[in-house]
Design a protein around this ligand. Sequence first.
Ligand code: UD1
Ligand code: MG
Length: 482
Amino acid sequence: MTDHHPTAVIILAAGEGTRMKSARPKVLHAIGGRSLLGHAIVAAQGLSPTHLAVVVRHERELVTQHVHDICPEAVVADQDDVKGTGRAAECGLDRLPGDLTGTVLVTYGDVPLLETASLEAMVRAHEESGAAVTVMTSHISDPSGYGRVLRDSAGQVVGIVEQKDADEAQRAITEINSGIYAFDAALLRDALRQVQTDNAQGEKYLTDVVAVAHGQGKRVAAHVLADLWQTEGVNDRVQLAKMGAELNRRTVERHMRAGVTVIDPATTWIDTSVSIGQDSTILPNTQILGATTIGADVTIGPDTTLIDVDIRDGASVIRTHGSLSVIREGASVGPFAYLRPGSDLGAKGKIGTFVETKNSTIGAGAKVPHLSYVGDATIGERSNIGAASVFVNYDGVTKSRTTIGNDCRLGSDNMYVAPVTVGDGAYSGAGTTVRKDVPAGALAMSVAPQRNLLGWVEEHRAGTAAAHAAQAARLREQGENS
Ligand code: UD1
Ligand code: MG
């Protein structure tokens, strides 16, 4: 970790984001399973700053609530009607102790790919150079829209000019202001008091602090960042998707470098907070989302979506949709399974093909192999549930649980009408409707003995193909017997 902990990080997030064309504030849109603002906060938290402030204005209640949810220790500052990044930074600073000293970083809430390591390098360079202001800059071929970095003949940074205020020569400059800065706290406080709004947009520009510092004879440094993605902001949904794809590319690459096999990175989507153990394999068309954790030697996919699922070592999950579930060591799921919240599959257990589970614990080594619904059930260890069984958990008013013991061998097409309990080692016949508890070791059957009404089809379905076939069979049989 760094020796250079900033005194404060101020994240600007008061802008409207009109180009998103959204009822939701821009900074609450997400990529990689985390809001844009969440990414900015995580990057800042990585520096362990003494203070973290987020400046809000547009949809302030929603944004404030989100900040409280994801980072309770952050201070939320409200920007007033004075517009501009300078005013935003000033409002952030005003919410922090008035005697702050040291380094204050300013970042944006809509720049999601910026990494802690880049901020850390800038803080280190800033503090080691003794500059009053360090601006993170980039060289880009099309600088239009950005503020341009002005340097004197000796190469010293003397100011930043916005696109709208720039003359022809200044617009030709390709070194741009990323909008990320490190400031000496006292200089920032003092300079912001002097910054005016006499510019093309009538705003209080944070960029003007650079010229103020230079005018006071203080040193202004530039910290060039070569990785342009890290300082790119999101303005519309096209950029949101583009940044989301790049974040995903980086995330997938990180996992591959750590020992995960990803067969098709282009169709594999992994949220930022997911963890995956060594020698696991991810097959194509797979989304691993939210707080999902995957152990070692696991196989996931193809065509699988997992949201907040805990998957232990050696498990395999094929063509499955699952959320808020646990899949324990060596268990197997799918193909074509649907795990709803609260499903917990024991070690070496099996949830097979066309099986839906919900709020159910399936014991170690137990199997639900085919065509079943398991809702609100506890199934013991090593028990086997026959094909096409339904745990009938809902009577139209209340939900009830079914409990199955250990080592049961239960028949196909069983209905377990909850609440009901099946004891250890019990068996059941095919087609049983289990309405009463089954004692340990019993065989349960509820189906009436089969009756065959001879000649029924020829009598009651005369003229049909079935009747003709029945007649032919009867005549054949009579011929054989005569
Ligand atoms: C700003 C910089 C520009 C830089 C560019 C990089 C200024 C004056 N210009 O321009 O030099 O090249 O960023 O992207 O700083 N915000 C507030 N309150 C406000 C205005 C903005 O919190 O009143 C926040 C926005 O939510 C956003 C950030 O500040 O996160 C940048 O605002 P934006 O309007 O995009 O600034 P630019 O004009 O792009
Ligand atoms: Mg902008």
